[in-house]
Unconditional design. Structure first.
Length: 567
């Protein structure tokens, strides 16, 4: 049993060192050694003007030629009919800046979320500055018939805009109208709702020419590939484009794969969305199901990438118009609200391969918060419920450990006596196991069964935006930030040491020392983890120690502290 446990622990220890070294490499601006990440963390900052360069791309051959046509249109429009300006509007949850060039959304500030790097400022997601390029753009390109139409480079006229959501009003409307280009006029209408991070966006395409036209509407998100400010070196979250379709479900697209031309995702679909994702926040373009769309992701400039959709419009006769309704989400990854907006949109809150376990855990955590109204105590309550659910499984594990602890003196004496006869030692060890009815794997398997559940809970706590700026007690004012006084990490380290001391030491002195060094090294990471994660682990440690103590006492194996001799 001891040999098996030591092997498992050595594997965990080695893997932890690999992860630590890999994240240290990334943190210092070098490429990851073992798990390559997008090579965009230290690339040059983009100038704001670069955001206007990208033109829509499509995977359909006939649309490719029109992409360059759109770029020629953009360059030709050097003398706009109306002056370009910024339009700032405000609701109870959003402050948005629109650019009359294309009627594009170029800045989004969240009024209810504070920036952890600058506590006096709000979180800004979309932006067009020297530090960040992240924009939402839409426009028209020609189909197989050719032609030039209004794009995101076309300077539009602000037709109507209420600059602030008034008391008693539930919505606010911002409307832009393009000049006539190629016999087509494009009217964009954004409708913002009280308390909502989703904008209703209506694209009205008017044929004011003398011939029928069949343009294509594109919707895209453009972002630089720089990593997030303040990103931890000890854990990483996904930043980049994502595509969702009913057929292929949620597909993350790495910036590095776009760079290499190896991005894999479904290129055509009658449903789904495209998104740009980062820790806690996301933006996404949503179209109604049934509208055929071509999906693209490409590099548009140095360290600048786009993901988007192109949907063809039916032929529009002279004097007629066509309307395409879309929704644009820009906000925090609040799982319940995302689920209500579109199928699969909640997946931008990325739980990885343990989503099937993480989603019910989040549901339970949310229900507990509804009762306790404190996310910190909800975390404690959830861990308590999990320990109750796994009580009998843990009881079997600790009972097996207690039996092993009881026969440890015999094993130690036997190993010392037969240290020069390894084969006979193994035979004698198996004989002792049979006589004492001890299963060598009895203490490991029940614990390993629970590991996926606790890893899933780890991702729930790491990914949940509700933890941002959420207080627990006294000095813990933000469960998503590090403990400012490192009290929780110190307590977590102390409980880990206590838990280690309650386990029997391996007979080998070197291995015994490693059994103590491993948890110490592991605990170092928790000094840089969000306090909500440390609270979860600390609670789990305390409950595990209590259960182990009770079971050992009941089995007649008094708890004792096995301390190593560092000589």
């Amino acid at each position: 049993m001891n040999d098996i446990r030591r092997t498992i622990l050595w594997v965990i220890f080695g893997f932890s060192l690999v992860l630590l070294w890999d994240q240290w490499q990334i943190h210092n601006g070098r490429p990851a050694t073992f798990f390559p990440a997008p090579p965009t963390a230290r690339t040059a900052q983009m100038q704001p003007e670069a955001a206007a360069v990208p033109a829509p791309a499509a995977v359909v051959p006939q649309a490719q030629a029109q992409i360059h046509g759109s770029e020629r249109i953009a360059k030709a429009e050097t003398q706009p009919a109306v002056a370009r300006e910024r339009v700032r509007v405000r609701t109870d949850v959003l402050q948005l800046d629109f650019d009359t060039e294309g009627g594009s959304l170029v800045r989004a500030e969240f009024l209810r979320h504070r920036d952890q790097q600058q506590p006096d400022a709000n979180v800004v997601l979309l932006d067009e500055s020297r530090e960040r390029v992240y924009l939402s753009q839409t426009g028209l390109i020609a189909g197989a018939s050719g032609g030039s139409f209004p794009t995101h480079k076309t300077v539009m006229k602000l037709v109507s805009s209420e600059r602030e959501l008034k008391d008693g009003s539930e919505s606010l409307v911002v409307k832009f109208e393009s000049p006539e280009i190629g016999g087509v006029r494009l009217i964009k209408t954004y409708t913002l709702q009280r308390g909502s991070y989703a904008l209703d966006v209506k694209h009205e395409v008017q044929n004011v020419g003398n011939a029928a036209v069949a343009p294509q509407l594109y919707l895209q998100l453009v972002r630089d590939g720089n990593k997030l400010a303040g990103e931890s070196a000890f854990y990483s979250t996904f930043t980049g484009p994502a595509v969702y379709t009913d057929a292929k479900k949620y597909q993350k697209v790495e910036f590095s794969d776009i760079e290499k031309g190896k991005a894999e995702f479904e290129k055509t679909s009658p449903n789904g969305y495209i998104a740009m994702v980062q820790h806690y926040f996301a933006s996404a373009w949503l179209l109604a199901d049934g509208l055929q769309r071509e999906i693209f992701a490409r590099k548009v400039d140095t360290n600048l990438y786009s993901v988007g959709m192109i949907t063809p419009l039916e032929a529009i006769a002279p004097g007629s118009s066509r309307v395409v309704d879309a929704r644009f989400f820009v906000g925090p990854q609040e799982e319940n609200k995302l689920e209500a907006l579109a199928p699969g949109l909640e997946l931008v809150k990325d739980y990885g391969w343990l989503t099937i376990l993480a989603k019910p855990l989040y549901w339970l955590l949310d229900k507990l918060y509804g009762l306790l109204h404190n996310w910190g105590w909800s975390i404690v309550a959830l861990v308590v419920l999990l320990k109750i659910a796994f009580y009998w499984l843990n009881a079997k594990a600790y009972a097996s450990m207690a039996k092993m602890k009881a026969i440890t003196p015999r094993i130690t004496e036997m190993r010392e006596r037969l240290k020069d006869k390894p084969q006979q030692m193994q035979q004698e060890m198996m004989r002792i196991y049979r006589e004492e009815k001890v299963n060598p794997m009895g203490g490991c398997l029940p614990i390993m069964v629970q590991i996926p559940v606790f890893i899933a809970l780890y991702w729930v706590l790491l990914s949940s935006v509700e933890m941002r700026n959420a207080p627990w007690i006294l000095w813990i004012k933000d469960l998503s930030a590090e403990d400012p006084y490192y009290i929780l990490p110190l307590l977590m380290t102390a409980t880990t040491m206590l838990q280690t001391a309650l386990n029997p030491l391996p007979p080998d002195p070197v291995q015994a020392k490693m059994m103590w060094l491993m948890p110490l090294i592991f605990s170092v990471m928790f000094f840089f983890f969000p306090s909500g994660l440390v609270l979860y682990w600390l609670t789990n440690n305390i409950l595990s120690i209590a259960q182990q103590w009770i079971i050992n006492t009941r089995m007649g194996v008094p708890p004792q502290f096995n301390l190593p001799k560092f000589k």
